[in-house]
Write a protein that binds this ligand. Structure first.
Ligand SMILES: [Zn+2]
Length: 428
């Protein structure tokens, strides 16, 4: 199975100085736009088979005329994403980003199938997903006072969205044939129940699609996803399936049996900084560790809580640096766990958290530091930055931790260990 990572905007400073906690000279001289790099340029083996780009993300940068298309002046999106600087043979998958227009009655004109197919072709995509419209239960609309309110879609509206998706898929495939475009076309199947998904897939197979994407399931639970896949399997007839926005390590084996060929999701990347207690995945996928929060003193939230605490900014800065130094010393085996944890907890309670929540984190920090999971991981990120990978602080640490998580998952996928691993050993 192939794993695609949805495109993210932020790049990293490849030479970020973790010891002095500062950007590299070149980053400062040339600016992040010119110097920062994608993770596939920084490490030897990218933790994904390719990147999923939603055309909607690039709307402001996108130019399309009769002759050609470009993004920020790049005629080929792979060049813009600098795939040529990667040792991996990365692929480019495109979709329209239907979540962005889910509240509209139909996909905006800029996503008409003809235009979308031309964009995929001209911008050098390997795969392109047809223009779809999500058949979700509720959307947001404006009421007469211009407030955003929830609106439940009727059965008729849901069916209409499925119909729009199928009509677009048909036009998309016809244009692809007529113009002899080179990318591989993927038909998007929408639905709101196992049977409606099955019907969509059946029609797409009849149209001639060899590769089909299931959309609108990103927020569904595992049981719902599996019941859709089981229904779909009967009409799939050996075609390939892509799951949009879904990553389930425990289900890989089952997914494969049910015809899934590829999927995409940024959830393991984003967990690194979005989840409060689960930020770092152990190398054996057995446990999610909490990253240790040492926020920058100069971030506005911190300044506010420092002022409230009655301590000075200078004092806070000193404490912040002390915490970072102690963590490094602990990593080198120079000081005890107690010493570092006491200081971090003091800093934590003084400026960030109080009461039970703070105590909770302290226990979790102890586990992270005691187990030292970064020393057991063979990924290039853990090998090169050590304990900094579990420090919750700034993009350069947080995103690297996200890519470590992605690496652990990707390694598991590629080694096919999932075929023989007990599902109970994989952390939720
Ligand atoms: Zn790692």
């Amino acid at each position: 199975m192939k794993y695609f990572l949805p495109y993210w905007e932020d790049k990293l400073d490849p030479d970020f100085d973790f010891v002095n906690d500062s950007f590299s000279k070149k980053h400062i001289e040339l600016g992040s736009r010119n110097y920062d790099k994608y993770i596939h340029e920084i490490i030897n083996n990218a933790p994904y088979d390719g990147i999923l780009v939603s055309l909607g993300v690039f709307l402001s940068k996108l130019k399309l005329n009769e002759e050609d298309a470009s993004v920020n002046g790049f005629k080929n999106l792979k060049e813009y994403l600098r795939f040529h600087n990667s040792n991996s043979n990365l692929e480019l998958l495109g979709d329209c980003g239907a979540f962005n227009y889910v509240n509209e009655p139909e996909p905006p004109e800029m996503f008409n199938p003809e235009r979308v197919a031309k964009l995929y072709n001209d911008l050098g995509f390997d795969y392109g997903i047809s223009t779809d419209h999500l058949a979700v239960r509720t959307i947001k609309i404006r009421d007469k006072d211009n407030n955003l309110i929830n609106k439940e879609l009727t059965k008729h509206e849901l069916r209409n969205r499925i119909k729009i998706s199928l009509e677009n898929a048909e036009k998309f495939l016809n244009i692809h044939k007529q113009k002899k475009y080179k990318f591989i076309p993927i038909g998007s199947a929408q639905g709101y129940s196992p049977i409606t998904y099955r019907n969509s897939v059946k029609e797409l197979v009849e149209m001639g699609y060899e590769y089909i994407a299931l959309g609108g399931l990103a927020r569904s639970n595992t049981r719902e996803i599996l019941s859709v896949l089981e229904k779909v399997k009967n009409v799939l007839k050996g075609r390939k399936l892509h799951l949009l926005g879904i990553l389930r390590p425990k289900q890989l084996s089952v997914f494969e049996e049910l015809g899934v060929y590829s999927f995409d999701s940024a959830s393991y990347l984003r967990k690194a900084w979005l989840r409060s207690g689960q930020n770092y995945l152990s190398h054996d996928l057995d446990h999610w560790y909490t990253a240790i929060r040492i926020p920058q003193v100069d971030n506005p939230k911190m300044v506010e809580s420092i002022n409230k605490s009655g301590h000075s900014i200078e004092e806070a800065k000193e404490l912040e640096q002390e915490c970072l130094n102690l963590l490094r010393k602990y990593d080198d085996g120079q000081i005890s766990l107690d010493k570092v944890i006491n200081k971090i907890s003091y800093y934590d309670k003084l400026f960030q958290r109080s009461g039970n929540d703070g105590k909770n984190l302290e226990e979790k920090y102890v586990q992270t530091l005691k187990d030292q999971p970064w020393k057991k991981c063979s990924c290039e990120i853990c090998q090169s930055i050590g304990i900094d990978v579990v420090i919750f602080r700034g993009t350069n640490r947080n995103k690297r931790r996200g890519f470590h998580n992605t690496y652990v998952f990707y390694d598991f996928l590629k080694s096919k260990v999932y075929k023989s691993t007990s599902v109970y050993k994989i952390a939720e």
